[in-house]
Design a protein around this ligand. Structure first.
Ligand SMILES: [Cu+2]
Length: 233
């Protein structure tokens, strides 16, 4: 009897077609020469912060790999909302180290925690200024060795500014997604949006300085590729 049931179950599952999720993978490239990065001169003029560097650090707005891959691009499925799994995901961590935010481009989901650490021996304050209604502005002091700060946002929003009012050169930009279908490109411009259900989508690539590119994509039952190129004239 048990064996018959098992056979029945096996047969049943064998003939039900299962909709397979697949990955959208690709590379974002930059064509052209980006503007020069800006040295953090005011940082070096601050006795505490400047003492942590031998040479002046610079911004890294344009992270370009050896094959022109562009890092720090937020790639996500446009208009896919209400699918956040953020409440169940581990926190994303941002540190304050060397009087700079590390990293400076981040992405989280709605309801997911962003934990901010202070690894420096000086005071910082963490001041986020969202623009979308429902996302709270918050301004919290963080002493050296102070407890971690936690931020969370209920609404999707691109590039929420985080800044330090003590050190006016300190900025980070946090994008809030309303689904798990997003990815930040790595230093070689590569991304992998995992486990996307079959369907037709618009995929959007958003770089804080270079703007937005979109492309239609259809996910069936195997991985699809979608590549983008940002142009600087
Ligand atoms: Cu600071």
């Amino acid at each position: 009897m048990k064996n018959k049931l098992l056979l029945f179950l096996l047969a049943t599952f064998a003939i039900i077609p299962v909709a397979q999720a697949a990955d959208i993978i690709g590379t974002i490239a930059l064509s052209g020469t980006p503007p020069a990065e800006v040295p953090y001169t005011p940082l070096m003029n601050d006795p505490t912060c400047g003492a942590m560097y031998k040479t002046t650090p610079t911004t890294h707005f344009y992270v370009v790999g050896p094959n022109h891959g562009l890092g720090d691009v937020v790639v996500y499925l446009k208009d896919v909302t209400g699918k956040s799994t953020g409440a169940n995901q581990p926190p994303v961590v941002m540190d304050q180290k060397g009087c700079l935010y590390q990293p400076q481009i981040l992405a989280i989901q709605t309801g997911q925690k962003l934990v901010v650490k202070n690894s420096d021996s000086c005071i910082h304050n963490v001041h986020c200024v969202p623009k979308v209604d429902g996302n709270p502005e918050s301004n919290q002091v963080q002493m050296p060795g102070g407890a971690d700060l936690t931020f969370s946002f209920p609404k999707p929003e691109m590039f929420i500014t985080f800044k330090c009012d003590v050190h006016p050169w300190m900025f980070a930009w946090v994008s809030v997604m309303d689904s798990p279908y997003y990815c930040l490109t790595d230093k070689d411009g590569k991304f992998d949006i995992k486990n996307v259900p079959p369907g037709k989508y618009v995929i959007e690539a958003d770089h804080r300085k270079l703007g937005v590119l979109t492309e239609d994509v259809e996910v069936k039952d195997s991985n699809v590729t979608s590549d983008f190129t940002f142009n600087i004239k």
